[in-house]
Write a protein that binds this ligand. Structure first.
Ligand SMILES: *Cc1c(COP(=O)(O)O)cnc(C)c1O
Length: 416
């Protein structure tokens, strides 16, 4: 699939008006800028669009004839025409209505949106897809990131699809299965003899020195626009039937912040009538954002200790935007233990047929707890975004799964 080539004069297919700092409000023109030049790392930039103009082309009937993937919302993405899109199918993940799981966790109506079905099996593909498009647009041939997990495997896969070189900085303790996923996609994997923070810094320095595009997700403003597509989809897929709650697991906060933005945009454009409430779920072993949310003070970085490695973030980089989105939706936050996550993994697999990694399932555990605590009412409805597939982290899944039964190849050895 190609975008139409540029027509006369200005670019009629790009509706971005600029980038605005969420801290000081300063506006920048749309370009290769990662954070606010006055506020530094804390000055996360938000991409702004000309909604009045794009409302003429992003209509229900226009969407009817478009491909069912994230690019159907092209007016709401910071992408300029000129480069062909990656061929991998990203987004428009299915939504399942699961009455038996709903009953087990005590809610009237429960839906799961399974984002483990993206090409590299996590939600992160939505962001990486936009990341590689921006790298191409800005003229880079190489893209880099520091990560041990899904952001890295996703970047490696999308780079392979787009014909970009990728360099991934992983800390020494990076799990072997995830490193293997990087290597098979042809990424150059640099194992940094140090911590994740050191890998992150080294990646940033290398991008500056060697002229690579930096996909470090906490701060790159364009990646959140990719994550936003899940919110756009939830609004379009449910329409007038939008559930009361949208439940999302939270690490850096880009996912829930992006989904919140997407839902708001769809309300503004008339696809939904009301904004659902956001429930942000953290692991008890890594909940600095929940503490900032409850205290209404600045975030204090924490240590991390949880089975849900993809949300084990002690220094979230996008916490302000996440908390802003949750508050403006009249939402809430909750934290769950590893035990509760493992329990939810079993329940979701056995009653829903969906196998998620611990961070991917944390939302189900959080919703269950929020119902028990009366935050979410039993009579309400909720959709939980399953953010990553269970095969991503076999060691954890084995803890939840139980054991096979060894038998002789003899019917007499079977006794039930
Ligand atoms: C990255 C990730 C999250 C959380 O996203 P943030 O933007 O860090 O809050 C949740 N689940 C999975 C599986 C992830 O990979």
């Amino acid at each position: 699939m190609h975008y139409p080539k540029k027509t006369m004069g200005s670019d009629p297919h790009n509706f971005v008006v600029g980038l605005r700092c969420i801290l000081c409000g300063r506006e920048f023109s749309n370009g290769n800028l990662l954070t606010c030049t006055s506020c530094g790392e804390q000055g996360i930039l938000d991409v702004e669009y000309d909604y009045a103009r794009l409302a003429h082309s992003l209509t229900k009937s226009a969407l009817d004839s478009r491909d069912r993937d994230i690019w159907r919302y092209r007016e709401l993405l910071p992408i300029s025409p000129g480069h062909s899109l990656p061929h991998l199918h990203i987004g428009w993940t299915p939504i399942y209505d699961l009455p038996r799981l709903a009953q087990a966790i005590g809610i009237a109506k429960l839906y799961l949106k399974d984002d483990g079905r993206n090409p590299t099996n996590s939600f992160k593909d939505r962001a990486s897809a936009v990341g590689v498009m921006k790298a191409l647009e800005f003229g880079f041939d190489t893209i880099a990131c520091a990560s041990t997990g899904n952001a890295a495997s996703s970047l490696a896969g999308l780079s392979a699809a787009a014909g970009l070189k990728s360099y991934i900085f992983v800390p020494q303790r990076a799990p072997e299965p995830k490193v293997t996923q990087l290597l098979i996609f042809g990424a150059t994997v640099l194992r940094v003899q140090g911590t994740y923070e050191q890998a992150f810094d080294l990646c940033k320095q290398a991008c500056d020195k060697f002229g690579w595009y930096n996909r470090n997700s906490g701060t790159n403003p364009f990646l959140v626009e990719g994550k936003k597509t899940a919110g756009l989809e939830i609004a379009e897929q449910f329409g007038t039937n939008i559930p009361d709650w949208v439940v999302v697991s939270v690490g850096d906060g880009c996912t829930i912040g992006g989904i919140g933005k997407g839902l708001q945009e769809m309300k503004r454009l008339g696809f939904i009538e009301r904004m659902p409430r956001l429930l942000g779920v953290q692991a008890e072993g890594a909940m600095p954002m929940l503490e900032a949310f409850k205290s209404a003070k600045d975030l204090i970085p924490s240590d991390t200790n949880t089975i849900a490695d993809s949300i084990a973030v002690g220094t979230p980089r996008n916490w302000r935007r996440a908390i802003q989105q949750i508050k403006s939706s009249c939402g809430d936050m909750i934290a769950v233990s590893d035990e509760e996550i493992l329990d939810a993994m079993r329940l979701t697999a056995r009653l829903g047929g969906v196998f998620g990694e611990p961070a991917g399932i944390a939302g189900v555990a959080g919703l269950r707890k929020a119902i028990a605590q009366g935050i979410v009412k039993k009579s309400e409805s909720a959709v939980v975004v399953i953010t990553g597939n269970g095969l991503k982290d076999i060691a954890s899944a084995k803890q939840a799964a139980g054991k096979a039964i060894d038998v002789e190849p003899d019917l007499a050895s079977l006794s039930f």
